[in-house]
Design a binder for this molecule. Sequence first.
Ligand code: FE2
Length: 293
Amino acid sequence: MSVRKLGYVGLNVRDIATVKTIFGRVLGMQARPGGDGTISYRMDARHHRFTFVPGNSDSLAYVGWETDSLEALQRLAETIGRQGHAVRPATAQEKAERAVLDMFWFDGPDGVRTEIAFGGIEDAEPFAPARTISGFRTEEQGLGHVVLGSADADATVKFYRDSLGFSVSDYIHWDVCRATFLHCNARHHSLAVMNPVYGTAAGQLNHVMVQANAMDDVGRAYDIVRDLGIPVVLTLGKHSNDHMTSFYIQTPGGWAIEYGHGAREIDNDWDVKYYDSPRLWGHHLQSPAVPPR
Ligand SMILES: [Fe+2]
């Protein structure tokens, strides 16, 4: 039994104003204000995929993975429960807030609130981007990818493989970083697990990646962050493993956003590899406080 894609992500943020600038003006996502100052962002046909809760901390609130059926959701809940995790069904309010048909959650590795859902609402209204873009590569590949810090990365990788059905795409070890990349659909990786380095604590988000349908969308965003003075963590470059051409935007919460285009995809003949560098070219580190890849 396996999850099939990354569905949504929630974050607690202190500086909501900068988040709004990045997700709206830079990435072109559509803001959906909620109650209590919460703001969600839409990037495709789904009701929303990102939710930001303003407050006194910067932290990962939850990661939402999706199954491809209600039956698979139920079976996964039973499997995870049998493995000793306290599985909690979503309340009606939680399902409404996530905009899903059904969901359960449990405390995953490193205390990450791990939610498993099915049936993200497809909105009847068309996606209305905040700037003119070609859109994002989502659908059966999900939102994009998340990279998480872990105190025991080997055990965490084992959990995602054995309990949630991920497969390893490849490994990159460079500098002080040890990262394992995992897929659950054709996207090269929907998840990567790294040791807690480069300022990313265990259980926290190193970065989230969203993939543009056109390279020009990425190039224009690169111009916009330059014009607005928003810090870039990694300059434009190309990754060794997924071949994504991307750059990384710094957020005030310490995590980054990778915005890229052109990644290669997993196929039936996928060959798991080991690299000693995350980059083919570019991706030069701009801010020592924050993390590559
Ligand atoms: Fe990435």
